[in-house]
Design a protein around this ligand. Structure first.
Ligand SMILES: NC(=O)c1ccc[n+]([C@@H]2O[C@H](COP(=O)([O-])OP(=O)(O)OC[C@H]3O[C@@H](n4cnc5c(N)ncnc54)[C@H](O)[C@@H]3O)[C@@H](O)[C@H]2O)c1
Length: 310
């Protein structure tokens, strides 16, 4: 049965990949909103003439109702750790207050579509439990991480008064097509996989922060899109958080070596975790989701493509 859904942040890295996924895998009517603050019109160009997709170039603060929607996939954010230290109030507005605005629209209309909310493994900081389950203690190392956690917390507090229906997806380290947007002012802080591939393409050395022993759990954006889809389809109200990662780690230095021999080191950056490693048992058992994509295959194909154009 067809349904009508909204994707906020549809022109961003993950939002546009979710749009591709839903256009391909469903017959749903999809509305998207994006103010292009970090997103890019090219990311959604392929669907602009499809009658199933309607796009609004606007800030989500100007949304006046969510009544038409059965599901709201909420991806709009300023999602970078380092900039969140520099423009704190702007990040509070875009990451916390924008989501509160969605909740207030639901409360005013007493219409509670399922909110599939993009959260982050950043809420765990450097975890004690590795692989990290959802019950791990929260340890926010940056304003961005705290805003993601606050958003989750506000939603669960408000849910004690009104019948919200939500799922928080705590993404680990997403990679995949469009992770590097040349027009994004926060590019330097986008996925390291995308940055490294871009450096390879332009013949520049890969810059490894610190000694490169920090480890990351890289998860392909197609797997994230499928997690969003499965969270939307789940027949019961879940009102909980799920880790979405590959559940495997690679060090940054090993990642760099998989891409190029041309490597330099730059100082490490405060506010970033030493390790991210998802325990995805809960997503597997409750949502029936598990990662399917392989980082090595993606890197091999991406490097071959770059070298064949060199
Ligand atoms: N990429 C990651 O490493 C990562 C990791 C964990 C969680 N997340 C979360 O996933 C979500 C998507 O991240 P992404 O990597 O695709 O980021 P992105 O910057 O590529 O996309 C975010 C999109 O939201 C839009 N946007 C921002 N504020 C808006 C507003 N007020 N109104 C309308 N549109 C607005 C931007 O223009 C952009 O297109 C975010 O919520 C982010 O916090 C991302």
């Amino acid at each position: 049965m067809s349904r009508k859904v909204l994707i906020t942040g549809v022109a961003g890295f993950i939002g546009s990949n979710l749009l591709d996924f839903l256009m391909r895998e469903t017959d749903w009517e999809i509305c998207g909103i994006d103010n292009f603050s970090t997103g890019n019109a090219d990311n959604i160009a392929a669907h602009r003439n499809n009658p199933r997709f309607t796009f609004s170039e606007d800030t989500l603060f100007n949304l006046t109702t969510l009544k038409p929607y059965e599901t709201v996939f909420h991806l709009a954010a300023l999602p970078r750790i380092q900039p969140s230290f520099e423009a704190v109030s702007e990040h509070i507005r875009e990451n916390l207050l924008a989501t509160v605005h969605l909740i207030e629209l639901m409360m005013r209309d007493q219409h509670y579509p399922r909110l599939v909310n993009s959260s982050s493994s950043a809420v765990y900081g450097t975890p004690e439990l590795v692989p990290t389950p959802e019950e791990e203690r929260i340890d926010c190392l940056s304003p961005y991480a705290f805003q993601k956690y606050e958003t989750e917390k506000y939603i669960s507090l408000i849910e004690t008064r009104v019948p919200l229906d939500y799922v928080h997806l705590r993404y680990f380290n997403p990679y995949g097509p469009r992770s590097f947007n040349p027009e994004n002012k926060f590019n330097a802080y986008s996925s390291v996989v995308g940055i490294f591939l871009r450096r390879l393409e332009s013949g520049k050395p890969l810059e490894v922060t610190g000694d490169g022993t920090q480890r990351r759990d890289f998860v392909h954006v197609q797997d994230l899109a499928r997690a969003n889809y499965m969270a939307a389809l789940h027949p019961e109200k879940l009102n909980t958080a799920f880790n979405i990662g590959q559940s495997e780690t690679v060090s940054i230095i090993d990642l760099a070596r998989k891409i190029s021999e041309n490597i330099t080191f730059i100082p490490e950056r405060p506010g970033e975790a030493e390790i991210t490693h998802a325990d995805v048992g809960k997503a597997r058992s409750v949502l029936g989701w598990e990662p399917r994509m392989s980082l090595d295959t993606y890197l091999r194909e991406a490097c071959q493509k770059i070298k064949s154009h060199a």
